[in-house]
Ligand binder design. Sequence first.
Ligand SMILES: [Zn+2]
Length: 79
Amino acid sequence: MKSNFSISGLFCNSLGHKYVVTHKITNQIKEYRCVRCGKEVASNLKGKLEVITDKQRKAHQVLQSFIKKKINRKTTLYS
Ligand SMILES: [Zn+2]
């Protein structure tokens, strides 16, 4: 139902979003999703939350796989 979505949106507007970390890229850069309305944001290097764009999400995936490779040099993990 469409009305459910707008009600939770109103809830977020008055109380603020309730974000949970969905992806941790680095200590600074993390992706979050609001458990109430499903809005997705990411923290940048300055610690500011911004709405995730497809381009940004892709950049995060590249960065994350790059970091994983660097940490696990012996094991090749592709999930
Ligand atoms: Zn929300």
